[in-house]
Design a protein around this ligand. Structure first.
Ligand SMILES: C[S@@+](CC[C@H](N)C(=O)[O-])C[C@H]1O[C@@H](n2cnc3c(N)ncnc32)[C@H](O)[C@@H]1O
Length: 275
């Protein structure tokens, strides 16, 4: 018979404390309900029927900090995710960026690197890649290591190619990779603009003079209070008139810092820092 797992608020708080103290991972700013679901999922995976058993498991450091992150956070990503966003950037934003001698872009919570690569392809087609630096950060060093390799599954490429075209891509996506036994290796040139750094949006410091920050599908996992703190960090990191792009289900509109932003395209969640 399957045991129905449940955990109390106090146990969840216990989990947050253990993760912080033993694994150095701070989940205090994460939305409780999704965090609770992920903890229950991990308990089931590790065959812990009670929170006491799970606590014992964690306390004996049976996991690495990356394993803990892999199980608790969601790393799902795609190339050219929400193609309309990329099309808008290409058609409405790149021409403005063309006037900058150097273009600084921060992909916060970049996971395995599909988003930075998508942007790199469009920047290249616009003649902007050589003067761009894409700072790719994530709390999980394992996904960053995968991003650096630039190897993806061939079977994903059909959908990515469709979305590349929908994003306004001018060539064939296959021009940007070499296929080999079910995998593809993205062309090295695309990665030249990228700098990969482990960084947490919960307790990390700001960056300097970013012209664009893409942080998509990370906010949904954070509490409103934490989202406000992260938006503050982004505003401190953006240069005047710098762009901020959030995920489809996210918004900056109800945040405490919205008066410092203007909406460029509300539907696509594209904002700009006021002067
Ligand atoms: C769902 S993925 C989004 C990937 C990509 N931005 C996209 O939209 O396709 C969320 C990523 O956020 C990262 N993440 C979660 N908490 C974070 C934090 N506190 N600081 C930085 N990255 C975090 C996860 O490791 C994961 O790779």
């Amino acid at each position: 018979m399957e045991v129905l797992l449940e955990i109390t608020q106090a146990e969840l708080a216990d989990f947050i404390e253990i993760s912080n103290n033993l694994y150095g991972v701070d989940f205090s700013g994460y939305a409780q309900e999704s965090l609770r679901r992920r903890v229950l999922r991990l308990m089931k995976l590790k065959e812990c029927d009670t929170f006491a058993a799970f606590k014992y498991f964690l306390a004996n450091q049976k996991l690495t900090d990356n394993e803990l992150l892999n199980e608790i956070t969601v790393n799902t990503t795609e190339m050219f995710r929400d193609p309309e966003v990329f099309k808008f950037l290409k058609e409405e934003v790149f021409d403005i960026m063309e006037t900058y001698p150097r273009i600084n872009i921060w992909h916060a919570g970049c996971s395995t690197g599909e988003e930075p690569l998508s942007l790199a392809i469009l920047l290249k087609e616009h003649g902007l890649l050589k003067r761009s630096v894409q700072y790719c950060t994530d709390i999980n060093s394992e996904v960053l290591a995968q991003a650096k390799k630039g190897i993806y599954e061939l079977r994903e490429m059909k959908e990515y190619s469709t979305n590349y075209i929908r994003s306004g891509g001018e060539q064939s996506l296959s021009d940007y990779y070499v296929a080999n036994y079910g995998n593809v290796k993205m062309n090295k040139g695309l990665g030249k603009s990228m700098v990969y750094t482990k960084h947490s949006l919960v307790n990390g410091s700001s960056f300097n003079q970013m012209h664009m920050i893409m942080c998509r599908n990370v906010f949904i996992y954070l509490t409103t209070e934490q989202q406000n703190k992260v938006l503050r960090l982004f505003l401190d990191s953006l240069s005047p008139r710098g762009y901020l792009i959030l995920g489809a289900k996210e918004s900056a509109v109800f945040s405490t810092v919205f008066n410092e932003l203007e909406t460029v395209n509300g539907r696509l969640k594209i904002y700009r820092k006021k002067k």
